[in-house]
Design a protein around this ligand. Sequence first.
Ligand SMILES: Cc1cc2nc3c(=O)[nH]c(=O)nc-3n(C[C@H](O)[C@H](O)[C@H](O)COP(=O)(O)OP(=O)(O)OC[C@H]3O[C@@H](n4cnc5c(N)ncnc54)[C@H](O)[C@@H]3O)c2cc1C
Length: 508
Amino acid sequence: MLDVLIAGAGPVGLWLAAELRLHGVEVTVVERRAAPDGRSRAVGMQAGTLDTFATRGLAERFVERGTPVPTGHFGAATTRLDFATVGAVHPFMLALGQSVTEQLLEEHAVGVGARVLREEEVVSLSQGPDAVEAVIRADGVHRTVRARWVVGCDGTQSAVRRAAGIEFPGQDTTLTGWLADVELDDPPTAPLAATGPAGSFLAAPIGDGVHRLAGLSTATMHRGAGEPLTLEEVREQTRALLGRDLGMRNPRWLSRYGNATRQAARYRAGRVLVAGDAAHMFFPAGGQGMNVGIQDATNLGWKLAATLQGWAPDGLLDSYDTERRPAARAVIDNTRAQLALFAAASPEQIALRDVWSASLAEPRTNRQWARRIAGFDDPLPAGTAPDAHPLAGTRLAGLVLDSPEAETETGTEAEAEAAAAAAAATAHPFMHRGRPLLLDLDGTRTPCPVPGLEQHTATVDTEASEPVWREVTAVLIRPDARIAWAGTDTDPRRRAAGCRAALRTLCR
Ligand SMILES: Cc1cc2nc3c(=O)[nH]c(=O)nc-3n(C[C@H](O)[C@H](O)[C@H](O)COP(=O)(O)OP(=O)(O)OC[C@H]3O[C@@H](n4cnc5c(N)ncnc54)[C@H](O)[C@@H]3O)c2cc1C
């Protein structure tokens, strides 16, 4: 019997497989396609995703292949979001075609021992108390596979979601945008957002001399998502929106996309879970769908491993649903708000868009939305105590270490990681194994060791770190880089009591 069967080798299924392998879980991914999807689709990899990859020592593989874009947009507002304010180690959005992302993720997943079986499709499921039986079709032949857990990462039309009886309520497409990946003879000097009575227009470089142009034209927004799109129409709409056509030629991909918006009513039904587009779909505004899905997988991986291996406290696996459904709901809300701004047509709506753009000039507002779009500001987990430290429940960000001589547990591997952490000035190298991390920040060791817990000592670079870190003496970080607990007590015993209580929510 398999430990975990994943349907779908898109970015979410591949990342989940790799996360499960960190804990030694046997995982098989079945994928309907013979080869990876070659379309560029998600060209925006947000800082939050790069940060997640950095916690496993992988970010540079992606950064090397992409183009950093230091600013973003919300609803095509002309005041851009400044990702430098987010507190991320990679303070930018990385423009990188989804096909490259999937190639790198597949190499990684297979490299750490996941099995990826192509031209195989999950067609139905049935659940018993201890296992799920999945019927898989390959080359016209059906076979049954038993697995302890099945995760549907099989996209918006998810067969796994349907077979598990998970509802997917929401709305169908009412408006469409268009996109064109093209070469430009007259490219803009920086990523561009333009708005006017004809709609909204965006342009950004995506590498290899190609730009992604995306628009929502009030004249064409009621065309169906399946209606063909020509370069001539893109040229015409770009002229209407921007006043020039940027010398576009040599289209790589032309497509319309719609605003169908749906979310799974629950992310778990017995031994079946859903993640990524199988759990949510929304208008691709601001480059968030793949990024949210990768966070689903990061949240789920260690919890499912802990459940399989018997170290999960009660309720840990259900917290995947209670944390990730509100996170996707918040993204759905912001994509709907952005669509209202993209599609502004009346003088009142256009004025609203202008007022919104002006409000983004205020640094706190700008930072708040930069953090949201970058993936650093998901809602706090349910149950975060109101009197907890302000860092509790948030995502690790804004911490810079100045620990050239960071102390570690014994062992050469740990020492090597500590040296890497010192060089990188982040906690990421301490997180490569995907275990909860207790970081002592004042040189005093917190006496609450737990088998499997990473425990390291470092000091905070108070100049470079965000002010909220200044009083923190110890911090417990979950494998998905959420802060489980932050202590300010200098007394090691009192500190250990707080830490132990928090640890009980992560592992037994
Ligand atoms: C035009 C456009 C632009 C976008 N831009 C961005 C962006 O900039 N940033 C961003 O974050 N997101 C963006 N997105 C969204 C992003 O592409 C998706 O959110 C992302 O692909 C979701 O990944 P996934 O792994 O959940 O699903 P998918 O990528 O859909 O992968 C699902 C996989 O499952 C396979 N499959 C399906 N059914 C079965 C089955 N029964 N058995 C086995 N395998 C199966 C499929 O073949 C597929 O490979 C964009 C989307 C579009 C359309």
